[in-house]
Write a protein that binds this ligand. Structure first.
Ligand code: NDP
Length: 608
């Protein structure tokens, strides 16, 4: 069918797939921009203060010149898990380096009021059994997660050798020594046999490239660098400093949903500037039931984590252990739903019929979201503006039980930009549709860099064998074997979304990766190696596998509303998340790794 980019008019009374497709296309067209990820401003030069650390005072120290066995760049959950698994395997000489003032990564930086994990804490907070800890609630708040990260680092002695407030500025492979030379912004020169690079998939704040962004004279900050010296209060709210302030927040993504209720409660006036509405569903958070916790059997966390990933990857499972919005929506909109429908129709459906079936199920799912908005938001005009029109899985699922209610407050106003974004900033405020909204402060809830090059997001380049630069080798996207290693970069492991299995629960991806690299390094040590490297041929094959396997996922996104998931509609971007995740899904990817380890032959990896 042909898709019209004209407004298809009011919603018909009954389901009309042509109308829905036309509506999706119409809304998508408004948002689509030719500059894709280039529409955002990098937080360098005159914008670099947006990335400054407001949480820890800077401490001077002398430069170091020493040697370690394993150096890990980054101290977020991915790094901590890798460090712990290596420690448990007997690697003692580990150093973590991070530009933050402490461990935690995402949870170090994101201290905005209301910050909360959006994956159940029982499977998101790692190493619960090892630390004998049960989160206080189903979706833990930021401070509890940060405290848990600290507890992990303390429990496994990861602070001993760590360097905080230290940014790696480069690393170079020394072929004769078979070691890396790592440089930092503190003047350190550290020699390391093994390096793990874990800059975090969503760690670098980004700003919208709005005309006049430098002209605004009021107060501004990014949500991942919350300025409590201005707002007052802390992560639990009490933003008393805003009681006489008009505040604007730009963005309505996962972060905004969590902090808008607090801004609405405390600001004299709050404008929420929206480009694309979020599909906000019920969260259903609650304190942990002590009786449930007391009855958990050893191995419960791994079982629950694997079950969640199976459910949300459409791989199905006999029982839904987590049973929350994530698993329910996945069950309704992916393979298990098709299997049920196939059975109902006696086992016969063409690919087109399957596509039509899933499209209708998606519509029903989104109708529930839209109906929920109407039932909560009192003003019908505001409710209409808050209604999303795209396929549910086009954006990361979102859940919150206080966001929509905030629009019923007299001091809160939704400013919908009808998909176009803000016109510009002035010295006093924000212009949308030619109307100026004067504000004292502007909060950028505009997310993090995704879809730019790996080395740009890491903030440094890596120089491998024969002077090969990672930025050159990966100029058309990552080239790895199993997402972890790249030829000509021996003894170096990448812990990012670099051609790996991406589970909705980031911690599950990190856990499987940590297990895999620990296996490889244990073999390397047991075989007396000084070098461990991916073979060129194995890498080429994996790149080919990734290219082929990601094709279907990219097809799903061609009619999606743009977002960071598809590099703002640029599905061909080689650095896109769509190219980064194994297309067969995380369950199949983890099985590939497991089989590879079970074979014990290290096919594709040279140890010398
Ligand atoms: P997002 O990238 O999801 O959202 C950015 C927001 O800024 C979007 O609403 C976007 O609009 C808007 N925006 C960007 N440019 C403009 C512009 N020029 N004019 C107006 N609006 C603009 O970032 P978040 O920080 O919300 O979330 C990022 C991810 O981080 C989440 O998806 C999730 O994976 C993770 N996260 C996890 C949390 C958790 O576990 N607790 C909490 C928060 C985040 P548009 O939609 O139109 O692009």
């Amino acid at each position: 069918m042909t898709v019209s980019l004209k407004d298809p008019g009011p919603q018909p009374d009954s389901y009309d797939p042509d109308w829905v497709r036309a509506k999706h296309a119409f809304e998508r067209a408004k948002r689509l921009r030719t500059d894709a990820v280039d529409q955002f401003i990098e937080v360098t030069a005159e914008f670099s203060h947006y990335a400054d650390d407001p949480y820890t005072d800077y401490v001077e120290r002398d430069p170091l010149s020493d040697e370690v066995e394993v150096l890990i760049v980054g101290a977020g959950l991915g790094s901590l898990l890798a460090a712990v698994r290596l420690r448990q395997a007997g690697f003692d000489d580990i150093r973590i380096v991070d530009k933050a003032g402490d461990v935690g990564g995402t949870w170090y930086w994101n201290r905005y009021p209301g910050a909360q994990c959006d994956i159940e804490s029982y499977i998101y907070m790692p190493l619960l059994e090892e630390l004998d800890y049960i989160p206080s609630r189903r979706y833990a708040f930021g401070p509890e997660i940060r405290k848990h990260c600290i507890a992990i680092a303390e429990h496994f002695d990861l602070y001993d050798n760590a360097l905080f407030q230290t940014a790696v500025t480069g690393m170079t492979w020394d072929e004769p020594a078979r070691k890396w030379s790592v440089r930092t912004d503190r003047g350190d020169t550290i020699t390391s046999t093994i390096v793990l690079v874990s800059p975090g998939p969503l760690s670098r704040p980004k700003l919208p490239g709005i005309p006049g962004i430098n002209e605004f004279e009021g107060h501004t900050f990014h949500t991942s660098r919350w300025d409590y010296s201005y707002t007052g209060g802390d992560e639990s709210g009490e933003l008393t400093g805003l009681s006489d302030k008009v505040v604007g927040i730009i963005g309505t993504g996962a972060t905004s949903l969590q902090c808008v209720p607090h801004l609405g409660r405390w600001a004299e006036k709050l404008y929420v500037f929206q480009r694309t509405p979020a599909a906000v569903d019920t969260r259903g958070d609650h304190p942990t039931d002590p009786e449930w916790a007391a009855n958990l059997q050893p191995g419960w966390q791994r079982e629950r984590m694997e079950n969640f990933t199976r459910m949300t990857a459409g791989a199905g499972a006999d029982v839904d252990l987590v049973n929350d919005g994530w698993t329910q929506v996945s069950d309704e909109l992916t393979a298990p739903a098709v299997m049920r429908e196939l059975e109902r129709r006696g086992g016969n459906m063409t690919m087109e019929e399957i596509g039509d079936f899933l499209f209708e199920e998606d519509y029903k799912s989104m109708e529930k979201v839209r109906d929920r908005i109407s039932s909560i938001v009192a003003d019908p005009e505001t409710a209409e503006k808050l209604k999303p029109w795209y396929k549910r899985l086009c954006k990361r699922l979102s859940f919150h039980d206080a966001y929509l209610q905030t629009f019923n407050r007299d001091n809160v106003e939704l400013v919908d930009t009808d998909g176009k974004g803000l016109d510009r900033l002035t010295t006093d405020g924000v212009v949308v549709g030619g109307v100026e909204y004067k504000v004292d402060a502007l909060v950028f809830a505009t997310g993090f860099e995704v879809g730019t090059s790996y080395t740009r997001r890491s903030g440094f380049d890596i120089v491998g064998r024969n002077g090969t630069r990672l930025s050159d080798k990966w100029d058309k996207g990552p080239r790895t074997f199993h997402g972890l290693q790249s030829h000509d970069f021996p003894n170096c492991f990448f812990l990012g979304y670099t051609q790996t299995g991406i589970a909705h629960n980031y911690v599950h991806t990190a856990e499987e990766r940590a297990r895999h690299l620990t296996y490889i390094l244990t073999e390397w040590r047991n075989r007396g190696g000084t070098l461990v490297e991916a073979d060129q041929e194995a890498e080429d094959q994996w790149v080919q596998t990734m290219t082929e396997s990601t094709e279907m996922g990219k097809q799903f996104f061609v009619d999606c509303t743009p977002s960071y998931l598809d590099s703002e509609g640029d599905t061909g971007n080689p650095d896109s998340l769509l190219s980064a995740g194994y297309g067969g899904g995380p369950v199949a990817f983890f099985e590939i790794l497991e089989k590879w380890r079970a074979a014990g032959t290290l096919d594709g990896v040279t140890i010398a």
